[in-house]
Every structure is written in C-alpha cells, then in structure tokens.
Design a protein around this ligand. Sequence first.
Ligand code: URA
Length: 429
Amino acid sequence: MRFVDIIEKKKNKEELTKEEIKFAIESFTNEEIPDYQMSALLMAIVLNGMTDEETYHLTEVMLNSGDVLDLSGVEWVVVDKHSTGGIGDKTTLILGPILASLGCKVAKMSGRGLGITGGTADKLEAIEGYDIKMTIEEFIKQIKEKNIALAYSIGNLAPADKKIYALRDVTATVESIPLIASSIMSKKLASGADCLILDVKVGSGAFMKDIESARKLAKTMVKIGKHFNKKVRAILTNMDIPLGRNIGNLLEVQEVVQVLNNNGPEDLKKVTVTLASNLLNMAIGKSIEECEYLVNETLDNGRALEKFKELIESQNGKYNSIFRENQSKVEIVKATDEGYITKLVAENIGRSSMMLKAGRQTKEDKIDYEAGIILLKKINDYVKKGDELAYFYYNDDELLKEAEKVFLAGVEYSKDKVDEPTLIYEVIE
Ligand code: URA
C-alpha cells in the first residue's frame, strides 16, 4: 500500500477502506511516513469530509493505538463526561461528585486548558496538594473504593490522536467534524466508561460558534458512541456568555463549592443539573424527572459536597485550601455606559482572563492559579456609568490594561432588557 495513493483517493472524494485508514494512521504514528504526507491527507479530509464508516474506522484505529482501560472489574455502571470547552465551565467538578454520591462510578480524565478555555486538571491543581497524576491501577482502585477519580492523562491513551492533533494544530486542519469527533471519541472510548454525556458548547467562547455545526459534531459523536455499543448523549449548551460568575482556576473551584452547598449562580446550577440528570438517566434508566429529583436531593442534603471533599482528600488535596485568602491584586472594572447589560461576550472575557494569566496562550506558559475574573453583573442587570462590573485578580500586570480593554469591548448596554439567554439548546441522542 502506498500513502500517496490514499491521499489521491481522498482528494478525489472516494471512500477509504478500513485497511487504508489503519495503514495511514499506523504508519504515521510509527514515524514511517513524513509529516507532509499526513498533512496532505488531513487537508483532503478537511475539504472532502468522511463517511460515517470512515469516521468509525478512524476512531477505532486511534482508540486502539495505546492503552484501553478495562473497567469491567468495577461493579455498577461507569460514567464519564466530556465538554468541548468554554469560559467558566466548571460543571465536571460538580457533576462528578453528584453522580458518585448517587452510587455511579465516575471515571473522569481531564485535560489542561489551552487558549481561552480552561481545563479541569488546572482547576484541580488550584487545590493545594491535589495530585492529578495517577497510575491506571490507582485510578481503578479509587473508583472502586470512592466511586470517583478525577485525574489527568492516565496511562498512554490514544497516542495516535495526540500525534495527529499536534500536526492538525499547525496545519489548519483542526476544523473538521469527522476529525474532531473521532479525536474526542477515541480518547473517551479508550477511557472505558459505559455511559457518556457530552456537553457541546455553542457560541463565541466555544469551539463551535453556531448551532448548526455544534449539532453536526454532537450527532457524529453520538453515532460513534452507538457504533461502539456505548450509551452516549449530547447536550448543546450556551457559551455566548460565561457560565457562572467566576473565571480562573481557584475562583472556579470556590464557585463549585457554592453550588455544592446549593447556592451559587443559577445558570451554572441549571446546566450542571441537566447534564447530571441526563447522565444518571442513561446509567440507571429512571425517568429524567426522577433523575432530576435525585440530583437536586443530593445537592440539598449535602451528600454531593461530602463526596467532593472525599475526592479531594483521596487525591491528597487540602479541602480547606479552597478558601485560602487570594493573595492577588484586585482591579475593579467599571461600566463605561449606562443601561441594561445585553452582552457579555464569552470570548472577550476568556481572552482577558488568559491575559491575567489564569489561562495559557501556549502549552509552555505557566498559569497563575489565583488569577481570574469575578463577574459582578450579568445579562439584564442595570448599571450606571462607573458602577462596578467585575473584579480582576492578577499578579502580573503586564497585560492588565489590555485585558481590561478586551473585557470592556465585550460588554454592551441598552435601554431595554433582552430575552433571557437560552442555556440549553437541545438534547441529541
Ligand atoms: N478536542 C479534541 O480532543 N480534539 C479535537 O480535534 C478538537 C478538540
């Protein structure tokens, strides 16, 4: 088989066979073919797409390129969650303990943040002592004993995806539904859960900017899941505005505790409860209404919060460190106009938070766990010029003024209120 013939075939919009896809991915992963040939194939896929069958084959080859977790020894149903990433998205840290407190086995691997979106691994590291690195054996043992493990990159999962993603990142070939869907699902399938909820974010602060493409991505991922006999459901949720009020690692963990204490912002609670109820519904088969009742009950009676504490202690974290005094300097950002707030553009807020060093611009950047933003106002709040809009927490003021400019460029005012933003767009099964 010659790699050039595979490129030629895809260029001519022909369907690749399983053998051809396997050959292409394996020979690239084994460094038998150069980056430029793989880049050409990826570009042909971006331009000409892939059929469902091709997408399944690609997922299968990538998923089998490294470790595949065997969680069959874990009694009871194993659940997992994936978010395509957003600003202020800390739902995993609430949903995980909720499901674990209800008896599900939560096996969650989380990544670090890059660019404007945060990563759960970074948020966990804002908790003093929390060890995000575990061996496969430790991960499985903790799931069995505590019902939940939240860790970073266990074993060597889907290395082919890692290598291909690095190339896609520098060859403008990230934006392709089959490539994104197979990339995400190969890692999730290798993680071994029975049920998976996908939070596909839509809007300015998300990877998918419009409903149409988000729906396409969600449907493709759900189909892949079904093909591999997993229960998978996707929910399209709003990421035009940040979720909750806190953006930045420690600040977000503090907001997680608020929601687990049954306080906290309503939008964050609503999205989390919807995701959690749908995941529970897949896991135990009770109706969505019953599952929603159980999810709210475990928030009300404090069992989810107890599970969160137990999780942190199991991974050597100090729960009380979440409430440490934030040593950062604080800048108060003020309204530049009067009226109802009608826009708080998530992308701008994510970028300004990154400039405060709450996020990384490049993989090598160090982040400041205590930096970030607290939003004092949200959509339809009325402000006068000079009223406080947000607190910026920072230690490095190199980009402070620029961050403020970017933030304020994302705020719009009007004399009239707007319709309350839709938080949940649709559920895709
Ligand atoms: N996240 C992934 O894991 N893969 C992609 O291709 C895009 C986003």
